[in-house]
Design a protein around this ligand. Structure first.
Ligand code: SAH
Length: 203
């Protein structure tokens, strides 16, 4: 049983993601930052906030944040191909730090973590660890904001789906669930299938 479990884990490791990037098999990439996340950022006034985007892929949010004057943005991905693209793209943007690392090994303290199609890329078995890690990485008063799928997928993931009830149970101990509701400004292909979350770290 344990062996089967660890074999499964291996299929979504660094090599799996690296291969997806090398083969340009990046079907999750919508080509721009999600309007729902942009809308949240527009009303977020602390431009000096320490912001992390884990499993960032092409990290389109960076352009948006940077143009608004945010000065402390960290983006992180496990794939070196993805990170090289980001380094080329953002090398002249002061205040943008690009890191190639497994999220679960990352150390730091942030005011805001932005979630966009990273949670659903991880094996569901890792969800409790994801919650724990996000909690650890957030400073007092910090929050995780972004989008989660509110549907199941027929095929084996990634992406892996889920439901509001599952997420409530998952986050409730460590976070004040300030928002977890159907997203009204999803992109057309995700309309009705995702929720917007705004979860504040409990001390
Ligand atoms: N947020 C981006 C990419 C989503 S796909 C977007 O929405 O377009 C998931 C991304 O997470 C991939 O780029 C993959 O390389 C990265 N990833 C997967 N597991 C990871 C891990 N453990 N740590 C950091 N990044 C990871």
């Amino acid at each position: 049983m344990n062996d089967v479990f660890s074999l499964d884990q291996k299929t979504l490791d660094k090599n799996y993601w690296e291969e997806r990037w090398e083969n340009q098999s990046t079907g999750w990439d919508i080509g721009y930052s999600s309007p729902a996340i942009e809308e949240y950022i527009l009303q977020y006034s602390n431009k000096g906030a320490n912001i992390l985007i884990p499993g960032c892929g092409n990290a389109y949010e960076v352009e948006f944040l940077w143009n608004l004057g945010f000065t402390n943005i960290t983006i992180l991905d496990i794939s070196k191909t993805a990170v090289q693209i980001l380094k080329d793209k953002y090398q002249n943007k002061k205040g943008v730090t690009v890191i190639c690392e497994d999220f679960f090994n990352h150390q730091g303290k942030y005011d805001l973590i932005i979630e966009q199609t990273f949670f659903c890329a991880l094996r569901p078995e890792l969800r409790p660890q994801y919650v724990e890690k996000v909690h650890e990485l957030l400073d007092e008063g910090g929050r995780i904001v972004g989008l989660l799928f509110n549907r199941n997928f027929e095929k084996d993931g990634p992406p892996f789906g889920g439901s509001v009830l599952e997420y409530q149970n998952l986050f409730n101990d460590d976070f004040d669930i300030q928002k977890m509701e159907e997203c009204y400004n999803s992109i057309p292909s995700r309309k009705g299938s995702e929720i917007f979350i705004n979860l504040k770290k409990k001390i």
